[in-house]
Design a protein around this ligand. Structure first.
Ligand code: PLP
Length: 415
């Protein structure tokens, strides 16, 4: 898929005068258009919803935009629940998909009226003693060796999440006995997946379970949650997943399996993060240095504290050298940050135009799991986040960290 930018070099140069690099900048218009396309593709489903995975981009301005596009949030910690609450999301607009959950997080989730998604059968008792069981409850399924998962998330049998099939049935029986009235079923078996068949397969797997559960436990499920994990085309040769195709295939399965067994209406929901904001964020950074030793290095003012994916997973992020879009890409560089870790590289052996000090490099697809994975190791400070608003104006939606922020949790008294 061809990579483009929602801003010009001139615009960015003006922005840098006010907000120095590095920063992440998000494109509101594109986020909204994409959200609408997502909902449009699944509009045949009564009660379709995407619970945006807050961990992908935990900024209240982004959550607010998504709320306006009818999305809820998927939270997995107390601060994420509070973020959802602060942007005005309520009750069942919030899914709480946590694991190894502390009691006080369950208490807060219950207080908000969030849909609690149980990661394990033992959490029924834990939740009950922490805060009492809600009437609406969801259970997370792990298909184990019956599903292959994908290369990013790995083999479900090795994944810590969810319950076995046997536990799942038992959990619904216990929950029913204890007075639960409304039920959901969740799974997440893929991550950054571009093959539509994987999502269709997940829907089929859950529909089969819905049928079996209705027969064995005699409960009617209200929704299935297919999780997140829809990928984005980080590489030029990749294409976005065709959601209309996925939706139509799922519709067919829904008719053959759910409607035929009189189990409709059954809601279908997702908790996608990456495909919602990922392609619409950019990390903008300035070239500070160049060095030529055994390889040619371009040193920029961002580092893996601003975007960890390349260092962590060897992930590919396309880069544009502003103003040199049409120059021949006849130089090979490692584009590196300043962290004292040799894997702090945004690109390795990347073909780029000839780079000069002061050039501005835009790293694409940082709108999800970008800023969010930031950290302070090596005394690195997190960057600002900017929003290119739908009306064309610019807003700073998070300021950059300062040295004072870094020292805020330290105590020098009594030294
Ligand atoms: C991380 C996560 C998501 C979001 O994954 P994406 O790849 O961003 O779509 C959704 N649900 C759960 C439970 C997660 O852990």
């Amino acid at each position: 898929m061809k990579k483009s930018l929602p801003f010009t070099k001139k615009q960015i140069e003006e922005i840098i005068k006010i907000y120095p690099t590095p920063f992440h900048i998000y494109d509101e218009k594109a986020i909204r258009e994409n959200a609408r396309k997502f909902y449009q593709a699944f509009s045949w489903i009564d009660g379709f919803k995407n619970y945006f995975a807050v961990k992908a981009n935990p900024n209240p301005h982004i959550l607010k935009i998504l709320k306006k596009e009818s999305m809820g949030t998927d939270c997995s910690s107390l601060p994420e629940l509070i973020l959802a609450e602060k942007v005005g999301l309520k009750g069942e607009e919030i899914m709480f998909t946590s694991n190894e959950t502390p009691a006080k997080e369950y208490q807060y989730a219950k207080k908000l009226g969030a849909i609690i998604n149980l990661d394990d059968i033992s959490h029924i008792e834990f939740l009950e003693s922490a805060t009492g069981l809600p009437k609406l409850i969801c259970c997370r399924y792990n298909p184990g060796p019956t599903r292959e998962g994908n290369r990013f998330i790995g083999n479900p049998a090795e994944a810590k999440y969810g319950m076995t099939k046997e536990q799942l049935f038992k959990a619904y029986k216990i929950l029913k006995e204890k007075g639960a009235k409304r039920f959901g079923l969740h799974t997440m078996v893929v991550s950054n997946e571009l093959n539509p068949e994987q999502i269709i397969e997940t829907a089929k797997m859950l529909f089969e379970l819905v049928i079996e559960i209705s027969q064995e436990v005699e409960i009617k499920l209200e929704f299935v949650n297919l999780g997140g994990g829809i990928g984005i085309p980080y590489k030029l040769e990749q294409e976005p997943m065709n959601l209309s195709y996925v939706s139509q295939k799922i519709k067919k399965l829904y008719e053959e399996m759910i409607v035929k067994n009189a189990l409709d209406p059954l809601g279908i929901v997702f908790e996608c993060g990456r495909m919602v904001t990922g392609p619409y964020g950019y990390l903008v950074t300035t070239v500070l240095h160049q060095k030529h030793i055994y390889k040619d290095y371009v040193g920029v003012d961002a580092c893996m504290a601003n975007l960890m994916r390349p260092a962590l997973y060897g992930a590919y992020h396309y880069q544009t050298v502003l103003g040199k879009e049409n120059y021949p890409q006849n130089h090979i560089y490692d584009v590196v940050g300043s962290l004292c870790e040799n894997n702090d590289k945004f690109a390795i052996d990347r073909k780029l135009p000839k780079i000069e000090i002061g050039d501005i490099i835009v790293i694409h697809d940082t709108g999800a799991h970008g800023y969010a994975m930031g950290f302070n190791y090596n005394g690195k400070l997190r960057s600002a986040e900017l929003l290119l608003k739908a009306d064309g104006s610019l807003g700073q939606i998070r300021r950059a960290e300062t040295v004072d922020d870094y020292f805020a949790t330290l105590d020098f008294s009594g030294l």
